[in-house]
Design a protein around this ligand. Structure first.
Ligand code: COA
Length: 381
């Protein structure tokens, strides 16, 4: 009997040269570049192209990619019409999956898709990446009964995303923080949603459906959905001085602490440290004005280090991201959608890598059911 490892812990699902992490030292690299350097020096457009192509682009390559991203931001009015009829009470991730899947109907899959169809693969990657932000921001207005704010070509990816949410050109520091946050969320080895994208991609299905499969997987609270729950958790705790007692109650009841723990990291997620520092920078810029949610998060992290640290459970990427997004006026149920916009770059890079040397995923199982037996007619049961 093959050994069964729940959650496929430690089982390599693919060979990849896109990103790597060292979970005991808290290091994450994309194509060999440290995430902290990319967050400081790169922008989301460049990082996305780095993930897709495998190397830092020249100025001309980046300009061309950026130009195409800007030109592909609008979505067909039919998609807006479909979105209008979705229930306003539905979760934005459900909307995002439905509308990305609907887009597949306008862009049929390539027949006999192969790894050498580089133009098709690149074109689809640009289109999907460009439209993800548009769909997410459109929903914010459509669900409130208003027309969406059309994308602007003269703004960078992160700036335009914030602009489409609020209708106002964003504060430069907030735009820079959003840009860095998109970089930090863009890729993370073979996580659950990337694995879903690989499995879907390996069947040679339409790339919009590859991304739709990944969106559905990211939505769950054990994965990207945790960032929304972190904010709700901090609101429930209320004040920093309540954090320790609240944590003890949760742990006594064997409940999860949202935004903490990771299959791969046994120390604090390096992305959480960068996001936390960005929050400190934002508060400094605002004249030392303290965010009560942030103070509560820091108090909970301190209390959790004592109780959960020995198990290697520390804040992950979802712990501080939501606090930053709420400072930008983004509602809590859209946090995971912002994550999806960023992670789409990684999904598409893995889709491309999978196609290069494709073999359909078809794992095996350990059967624990009945041995073959005779059918019993309904009268005799
Ligand atoms: N709160 C409390 N305890 C946690 C925890 C958390 N967030 N994460 C892990 N643990 C504990 C488990 O209870 C378990 O303890 P035990 O060995 O005494 O039973 C141990 O740490 C290992 O946890 P396990 O669930 O086996 O790890 P996993 O690798 O299967 O799961 C996560 C990883 C991310 C799903 C898990 O840490 C989690 O649920 N975190 C909260 C959700 C979240 O933030 N997800 C976003 C991930 S980026």
């Amino acid at each position: 009997m093959s050994e069964y490892l729940p959650g496929l812990e430690g089982v390599p699902a693919t060979k990849s040269n896109i990103s790597d992490l060292d979970g005991s030292r808290g290091i994450l690299t994309y194509r060999g570049y440290e995430i902290s350097d990319l967050a400081r020096y790169s922008n989301f457009e460049e990082t996305a192209l780095l993930l897709l192509d495998g190397r830092l682009p020249t100025a001309a390559e980046l300009e061309e990619f950026d130009r195409r991203l800007r030109n592909n931001r609008p979505v067909k009015y039919n998609i807006r019409e479909i979105m209008k009829y979705l229930p306003a009470t539905g979760h934005p991730m459900e909307m995002l999956q439905a509308s990305v899947a609907a887009l597949a109907m306008f862009y049929p899959a390539e027949e006999n898709l192969g790894g050498d169809d580089t133009d098709y693969i690149h074109n689809m990657s640009v289109k999907i990446l460009a439209r993800m932000a548009t769909l997410v921001a459109m929903w914010e207005h459509l669900r409130a009964g208003y027309d969406p704010i059309p994308p602007r070509k003269d703004l960078g990816y992160a700036e335009n995303l914030l602009y489409m949410f609020t209708g106002e050109e964003p504060d430069p520091l907030l735009a820079r923080i959003m840009d860095a946050s998109l970089i930090l969320h863009a890729e993370h080895t073979i996580n659950a949603s990337t694995f879903a994208a690989l499995v879907a991609g390996s069947t040679l299905t339409n790339p919009y459906l590859v991304v739709a499969a990944a969106i559905g997987t990211l939505a769950g609270p054990l994965h990207g959905g945790a960032n929304q729950r972190v904010l709700e958790m901090l609101q429930e705790i209320g004040r920093p001085e309540n954090a320790r007692a609240w944590l003890e109650r949760q742990l006594a009841e064997k409940r999860r602490i949202w935004g903490m723990g990771h299959r791969e990291y046994k120390v604090k997620d390096p992305r959480a440290t960068i996001l936390q520092n960005m929050m400190l920078e934002l508060m400094k810029e605002r004249g030392g004005q303290i965010s009560p949610l942030f103070e509560t998060a820091v108090a909970l992290e301190e209390a959790a280090a004592e109780k959960l640290g020995p198990k290697g459970v520390y804040p992950n990427v979802d712990y501080y991201s939501g606090i930053l997004y709420s400072e930008m006026g983004i509602p809590g149920d859209q946090f995971t959608s912002i994550f999806a916009v960023a992670r789409c770059a990684g999904w598409l890079a893995h889709w491309r890598e999978q196609l290069k040397d494709n073999r359909i995923f078809r794992p095996t199982q350990v059967y624990i059911g009945e041995a073959p037996r005779a059918y019993v007619s309904i009268e005799e049961r």
